[in-house]
Design a protein around this ligand. Structure first.
Ligand code: 5GP
Ligand code: 5GP
Ligand code: 5GP
Length: 220
């Protein structure tokens, strides 16, 4: 291969707040295994360039092989649930993430290591605990993005990027948190550049995901 050994500069490790995915106009569907726990879930581990652009769909010859990651899938079901409709077991979400992003890190991580690395990073960055320890709770209250960022910078040692979305009522809310990770997938780093997707500013809601009630359009 003529490709350079290192064909990206760092990863974004992106976690999503399930309540904020579900309370939008598009709604959501819980996984076949049931409602996920009230915690941030993994969205993806995304190779990126220092300039802000990123590679995608790097290797059509490297399809997703669920059998390769069989001993990770039960943990992935809990830590990396898919909330799109219709309800799923997550495999199509993980396939999408592997094909779009994972294949661009193959110089560093095998398919097994890619998913294992994301699970390890989730373990290392317990964002909900960090936020709650700082008094930032998913209770429908409003918090500044500065307070959220500062709590994570204090608790983890690295400042995050914050992505907002909008709920059915038009409120801006905490949707995703971006952290940066070195090319080996081992350590968090200061972000070389922040994604355009994660530049939310101002006062935002941190909505609850605790009630037993399902999303409004579960069957949609
Ligand atoms: P992206 O391309 O944005 O990394 O991934 C988003 C894609 O994964 C979309 O096609 C979306 O439909 C699918 N997907 C499946 N489950 C989820 C989920 O729980 N959250 C998000 N954000 N996307 C999901
Ligand atoms: P994906 O199908 O790329 O490429 O989805 C496009 C956008 O719509 C992404 O931001 C994705 O997260 C969102 N999306 C896709 N399906 C659903 C869904 O079932 N519910 C919600 N709330 N968002 C979705
Ligand atoms: P959105 O436009 O909803 O923010 O992002 C849609 C999808 O584009 C994401 O799910 C992800 O797959 C990809 N994406 C968005 N921003 C970035 C970025 O800064 N870096 C990388 N590597 N992918 C991104």
């Amino acid at each position: 291969l003529l490709a350079a050994a290192q064909d990206f500069d760092f990863f974004y490790f992106v976690q999503q707040w399930p309540a904020s995915y579900c309370d939008t106009k598009r709604s959501c569907c819980y996984p076949k295994s049931g409602k996920p726990e009230a915690d941030f879930g993994i969205h993806g581990l995304w190779p990126n360039y220092n300039g802000g652009s990123y590679p995608s769909n790097c290797d059509p010859d490297s399809p997703f092989h669920p059998s390769t990651i069989a001993n990770l899938t039960s943990e992935m079901g809990r830590k990396w649930p898919s909330l799109t409709c219709p309800s799923s077991d997550g495999l199509s979400f993980w396939e999408h993430e592997w094909e779009k992003h994972g294949t661009c890190s193959e110089s560093v991580l095998t398919q097994y290591q890619y998913f294992q690395t994301a699970l390890n990073l989730k373990q290392k960055a317990n964002l909900l605990q960090i936020l709650q320890d700082a008094g930032i709770k998913p209770n429908g209250g409003f918090y500044t993005t500065e307070a959220i960022s500062e709590a994570i910078r204090e608790g983890l040692g690295y400042a995050p990027g914050i992505q907002c979305n909008v709920d059915k009522g038009g409120n801006r809310q905490l949707y995703q948190i971006f952290l940066c990770v070195d090319t080996s997938g081992t350590d968090f780093i200061d972000c070389p550049v922040m994604s355009k997707s994660a530049r939310c500013d101002g006062l935002i809601e941190f909505p609850p995901f605790s009630s037993g009630l399902g999303p409004d359009h579960q069957e949609e």
